[in-house]
Design a binder for this molecule. Sequence first.
Ligand code: G3P
Ligand code: MG
Length: 504
Amino acid sequence: MARFEEELAASNLQGVNGVNGVNGVNGVNGVNGVNGHQRIPSRNGSATLAIPDDGNDTVIEVPATRNSVADAQAYMHNLSLSPSMRDRRGSRNSFGTSLPIPRTKRQSRLSSVHYPEGAPVRPGMPPIQPTRELLAAQVQDLSHEKVRAAKDMAFVFDIDGVLVHGDRLIPEGKRVLEILNGDNQLGIKIPHIFLTNGSGKPEAARVEQLSKILHSPISVDQFIQSHTPMRALAEYYKTVLVVGGEGYRCRDVAEEYGFQDVIVPNDIVAWDPTIAPYRVFTEEERRTSRPRDFTKTNIEAILVFSDSRDYATDLQIIMDLLRSENGRLKTVAKDPVSQRIPIYFSQGDLLCPTEHPIPRMSQGAFRIGLEAMYKAMTGVDLERVVYGKPELATYKYADEVLASWMEEIHNDERLPKNIYMIGDNPASDIIGGNMYGWNTCLVRTGVFQGGENDEENPANFGVFTNVLEAVQTAMRKELGKDFQFEFDERINPVLHGNGASAIE
Ligand code: G3P
Ligand code: MG
């Protein structure tokens, strides 16, 4: 059993609901249908939401470990702010869910690689000779042990606070990617993927932007943002409300994921502005929205993809839907539980560091507000599902992506043994990595501002000034203390002998 699963198992044993079988092997969806939204009564008299089960390996049991209002008032503030392992073990609230992650590991093939200055093509000319690759292959032939070790390690990078700050490069991030893309003693590609709680735009657009900032080619196939695994939900829900993000970008994301009928709050306000009495709706917004008669539409699920840009409107519409009869607006269900449609959040970060001196509220804060309102208005707890770091589903998906990326770069689809998570947020990157059995490195370029290590969620491999220091330390551990972080082109005896020109 992976360390993460042991932690979760321990959590279940100690939790009030953990012993009721909701989260066990006979979990919710083992008996519930995919689309029927059947419920299993839980011990506190409420019900457990049926999350789809497609009956294959990509559905995993994910006991939710964040607290609802009812069970955990005493825990809620600090747990949400800083969900330490200790708090998680003692969590008194577990909703049992089976959570799908995408079946198709690979989103695309090589065409998805984004090059900082555009793809290196020379129309009408032969392809550029891969000189370095040839030299590197010769060097690698002579270093079997090191090559094996290099293919048995991998890095998982958080993005904000590790490689970039918004659109601003953290300079060490650029050098790190050069090293991992082959500028190292072996001239070998060291497997690495990107795992961010960021959200709000299609993967390809974000990867293109990131690749420009970092001056390195990055593929969509090595990139996971918070809502990426939610692509799997498109197989289960046709008509969804997508909340959050700028303009209509999250609608674009959802449509790209394959959701057939994507509604956003603007469509609903355009249909009936009285639904959001405090909203000032512009003509441009009305023109670009897609109103229809929502009394005739059953919205099957609510997907919060990104941060709400208008809490008042979004909370009102979400509450209306959660209290409606099977997602039909302008109805109010007699029983708020049995006809409630499911709600998913792409991540649970309470706070997010921005240009403002004090971190700003993020999706976790929005969710907690919604939970409190829902409880106050219905008397029952809101059951919900959260993706993103540090939730288990996201780490499972990261494994899929990493194994697939190994196939891409080394033609060997498997998980490297030594995985290093490099992050700046102890309550997200580090706790998740620790619980999943990865080596964790905490850097000082982002959220973490503390002393020797984080007290609640210490990084198990150490704390580093920046990402370069972390990567070099990990590589020296796996590949030897004297490992060189530069490829020496002169090393090829055919061209240059031992560094001097062969012609002279
Ligand atoms: O909390 C939202 C997001 O900006 C965090 O991004 O890359 O640090 O997971 P990241
Ligand atoms: Mg970060």
